[in-house]
Ligand binder design. Structure first.
Ligand SMILES: *Cc1c(COP(=O)(O)O)cnc(C)c1O
Length: 447
């Protein structure tokens, strides 16, 4: 825990962060954001169009502490949180813009938007059909179990975020379509499932962002797992972007101290607690309160690991990644994954060809020491598994991608290398063809 003197010093720092200052804005309140008023009416209209389809939510901390408004529109955090015209394909943009201009009746507009969302691959990688497990024949919508060791848990109280990322692959969860919402009714189902699945060693509590929950709710989900009957659960992971979007959660929120005490309780029970922090840019780690939050979490014995996708307009260059990893190492955070942007939502806006992604990864790796080279990737979370681009090379005169499974729907695929024909433009696994004249990848044969 932080010492008394750091708490006093911090209280002075946080005088600048009074909680009431941190308003949250949603699509309907776009017009109330002071900083946007300096942008042209056209841009404000474009935002309104895009925010009719893709979820939008941003808080005052992101607006006033993270975005550099002088650098807009190129500012990476602005791109990370604010809708941009090109995030919708032109045919979708034009349809919604016209509907808004002509003041289409609400029911019709809602229908149009629903149709557009359905065309944007809202649930990639078989998330709804293939990963949701059953107990006694009943589907448990708040769980996903794809890889043997790890169960994902989506507590119903944690299915929003402090701010939304424009690239988010779980965007469909936030647009109010309840049929599609992946959320747990209660932790009882999680416990029942885990009791039947002794092969599971990791529970990953995710969302949304579980850190939007009050500590007492989070405790209600996690504390039961500390009992003897769950001794097979070795690691509890919390997936969160709160260190970026709401570091106050760990510092000044009413129940911040209680949250850190919960982390300590988990560790005291003998489990490993891994805080899986989502980061896209080193700027997210630069504010005093973000650094204080990292320190406080680490002081509980929790290990912070970082992951995030490579994104055009936000972090598509090696220097930013090297600086991100180095900053993380400086703060004691362990880089864990670099992802490829998934095939959903505004993907066409953010996607980077696999060949270029590998180049960026390699050139970033070259700039840091071994301690900073722990992020695996670039990795595609695709239907058969997490597929890493290991390299580009030539074998017997054929230029190929060398790939391997980091995780596989079939655990026997893990670590198996395989080869695909080189492509300059491919951005996802389904764009790749097997190398050396093979008809299928080995996992397609075995599926
Ligand atoms: C990435 C992921 C995990 C965790 O995989 P690790 O390699 O253990 O970090 C678990 N389940 C799903 C569905 C995932 O996409």
């Amino acid at each position: 825990m932080a010492t008394d003197s750091t708490i006093i010093a911090l209280n002075e720092d946080i005088a600048q962060f009074p909680p009431q200052k941190f308003k949250v804005y949603t699509a309907r309140q776009l017009g109330k954001i002071q900083q946007l008023k300096n942008l042209s009416e056209q841009i404000q209209f474009e935002m309104k169009v895009v925010a009719s389809v893709l979820p939008f939510r941003v808080n005052e901390y992101v607006i006033s502490e993270l975005i550099d408004w002088k650098a807009v529109p190129n500012d990476p955090i602005y791109q990370l949180t604010f809708p941009q015209r090109e995030m919708l394909e032109p045919r979708f943009y034009d349809a919604v813009a016209k509907a808004l201009e002509e003041e289409m009746p609400k029911a019709e507009l809602d229908q149009l938007i629903k149709e557009i969302r359905a065309e944007m691959n809202p649930h990639p990688a078989g998330q709804l059909e293939k990963n949701i497990p059953t107990v006694n024949g009943e589907r448990i919508n708040g769980l996903q179990h794809k890889y043997r060791e790890t169960v994902l848990f989506f507590p119903s109280a944690g299915q929003v975020c402090h701010s939304y990322c424009t690239f988010c692959f779980r965007w469909a969860q936030f647009v109010g379509d309840n049929e599609l919402k992946i959320a747990a009714k209660e932790s009882g189902q999680l416990q029942a499932y885990l009791l039947e699945h002794k092969e599971v060693t990791d529970v990953l509590i995710t969302g949304g962002d579980p850190m939007v929950m009050k500590t007492k709710n989070l405790r209600a989900y996690l504390e039961p797992l500390l009992g003897e009957e769950f001794s097979h659960i070795k690691t509890i992971r919390i997936g969160s972007k709160a260190l970026s979007f709401w570091p106050q959660r760990f510092v000044t929120d009413d129940d911040a101290a209680d949250l850190l005490a919960l982390f300590e309780d988990i560790i005291a029970s003998g489990k490993h607690l891994a805080f899986m922090a989502h980061y896209n840019h080193w700027r997210e780690l630069e504010t005093d309160i973000a650094i204080e939050a990292v320190n406080r979490i680490r002081n509980t014995g929790t290990v912070i690991r970082s992951q995030g996708p490579l994104l055009k307009h936000i972090n598509d260059n090696a220097d930013d990644w090297a600086r991100l990893w180095q900053t993380q190492v400086d703060l004691g955070i362990i880089p864990y994954y670099m992802f490829i942007e998934r095939d959903t939502g505004a993907r066409h806006y953010f996607e980077v060809p696999l060949a270029q992604a590998w180049d960026i990864y390699r050139n970033a790796m070259k700039q840091v020491s071994g301690i900073g080279r722990t992020a695996r990737g670039p990795s595609m979370s695709s239907d058969p598994g997490k597929v890493e681009i290991q390299g580009i090379t030539e074998v017997n005169g054929e230029k190929v991608f060398v790939l391997r499974f980091i995780q596989g729907r079939d655990s026997d695929w893990v670590q198996r290398p395989f080869f695909a024909k080189y492509s300059e433009t491919a951005t996802w696994l389904n764009h790749l063809e097997p190398a050396f004249g093979e008809e299928q990848f080995f996992f397609d044969k075995e599926q």
